[in-house]
Design a protein around this ligand. Structure first.
Ligand code: GLC
Length: 460
């Protein structure tokens, strides 16, 4: 376990992180409405000067805890307005309700400001963000928890956004399971990584979003039906995730001996997963008394990779049972060097390499094995790791992760990600002054030193 830093060292880290957040704020019509993804003159990708919905989330939590809720309200309002826009392409459109991955404030020659959203129509790879509307809805709930400003949720723009989100996400056709079908790269992992289908992170966010939308969408004769469907879907999703996404040694034994080619109702292996598809690494890697939610599940397909964000959010949103929470945290303890290493924490384990890398990433050089989305270590994951560890009564793990982060993040210039099996190398193409890396350190400090907790709506 990592050596605990001194109080003075911790204070210095937090102070610097705050300075970075302060520099990152974006203003529109004189009001702070969000923050940039990174603060630097020479950004690797031009869009790091935009406000990403997912990147702003931990910053928003800090603002709420610090009593600066008006910035969060401005953000929620701004993004809700952007989501009402229609964008026409030839033969199809981006429907109202889709929230942008990011937005920026443009200033024209006459000095007039305008908002410029990216719905995936500008992003590298043209990836559509499915997670934005979910982070937005979950943040709306936290905003109300901190401020008790229920009136804000009744505004037409907020009610309209909630309705659109529910219509969009509950209207999925061509689906048998309660999970949400998503394209590749539609969340934090926003490049091709074989995470299309039913990625865990989207499912946990979907669950969190449904909790929030059910709370705040006003019940009228127009909304009664969608609210009922939302409630039923949430409950079915919860059961499905807890049973079918879960993997521990007992489940592994079941899958190892699965019957196949079963037709009709009452089948054991309804998705027809072939035992031969269990990768070799799983049996040796998965310890007794440990478990996790697999990365993806669909017809004939179980992605056995461990995805950190989805598992940690499952703990925070009450998707995991108490036993599952304990087992996920046990897994962190037993596989610390794989899942945390020296720079908390690994985004996915293990990395894909060779032919699998060619096929899964499309030979993406940024996503070579043990780098970036393909097994890199991401400082932003510190905050959900600390929060989940505290939720499961594992303060020891939370402190170990925070201590490691204190030693490296500020010294290394707040990198976006680290490379290598244990995350010893600063990412080859990593940005510096990455805002959500700094936000993760501040939030973790608030939870560990100030004993603050994030009031996620657990199983309402
Ligand atoms: C990268 C990440 C994405 C993040 C963005 C801005 O594209 O994959 O999750 O939102 O950078 O930091």
């Amino acid at each position: 376990m990592a050596h605990k830093p001194s109080d003075a060292q911790i204070e210095e880290v937090v102070e610097q992180a705050y300075a970075l957040i302060e520099d990152s704020l974006i203003y529109y019509q004189g009001k702070a409405v969000g923050c940039t993804a990174a603060v630097t003159d020479h950004v690797a990708a031009a869009n790091y000067t935009e406000c990403f919905i997912r990147d702003f989330f931990p910053v928003a939590l800090i603002l709420l805890m610090d009593g600066k809720s008006e910035v969060v309200r401005n953000f929620l309002h701004t993004v809700a307005r952007l989501s009402a826009r229609e964008k026409q392409f030839k033969g199809h459109e981006i429907t109202p309700g889709v929230m942008p991955a990011s937005f920026s404030v443009r200033i024209d020659e006459a000095g007039a400001e305008s908002l410029s959203p990216d719905y995936g129509d500008r992003a590298i790879g043209r990836v559509a963000p499915v997670d934005s509307m979910m982070w937005w809805a979950i943040l709306l709930d936290l905003y109300v928890q901190y401020t008790h400003d229920h009136g804000f949720t009744q505004r037409p723009s907020i009610q309209g956004a909630l309705q659109h989100i529910l219509h969009l996400s509950l209207n999925t056709t061509f689906e048998v399971a309660p999970t949400l079908l998503a394209p590749d790269g539609s969340f934090m992992i926003d490049r091709r990584m074989g995470v299309d289908g039913h990625p865990l992170e989207i499912q946990t966010l979907f669950y969190g979003m449904l909790c929030s939308a059910e709370k705040y969408l006003a019940r009228t004769s127009h909304t009664a039906e969608v609210l009922l469907v939302a409630h039923q879907r949430r409950s079915a999703l919860l059961t499905y995730l807890r049973i079918f996404f879960w993997l521990d040694v007992r489940r592994l034994n079941e899958i190892h001996r699965y019957p196949t080619e079963e037709l009709g109702s009452g089948s054991v292996n309804m998705l027809n997963i072939y035992p031969a598809s269990i990768p070799d690494w799983v049996e040796d890697w998965l310890p007794d008394y440990c478990g996790y939610f697999v990365g993806n599940l669909g017809p004939g397909r179980m992605d056995f990779r461990y995805f950190a964000q989805g598992n940690l959010l499952a703990i925070l949103f009450g998707v995991s049972t108490q036993d599952q929470t304990r087992d996920i945290l046990n897994l962190y303890e037993k596989r610390w060097s794989d899942l945390v290493g020296v720079s908390p924490a690994k985004i996915v384990y293990p990395a894909v390499d060779g032919l699998a890398w060619e096929l899964i990433t499309g030979s993406d050089p940024k996503n070579v094995a043990w780098s970036y989305h393909n097994g890199g270590n991401w400082p932003v994951l510190l905050w959900p790791l600390v929060a989940a560890a505290l939720e499961g009564g594992r303060e020891d793990l939370a402190w170990s992760a925070f201590s490691l982060a204190c030693r490296r993040l500020q010294r290394d210039g707040w990198p976006e990600y680290y490379d290598g099996k244990t995350g010893r190398l600063i990412g080859r193409r990593s940005n510096f002054n990455q805002v959500w890396s700094a936000a993760a350190a501040i939030l973790s400090h608030k939870m560990l030193v100030e004993e603050r907790r994030i009031p996620f709506c657990l199983n309402v």
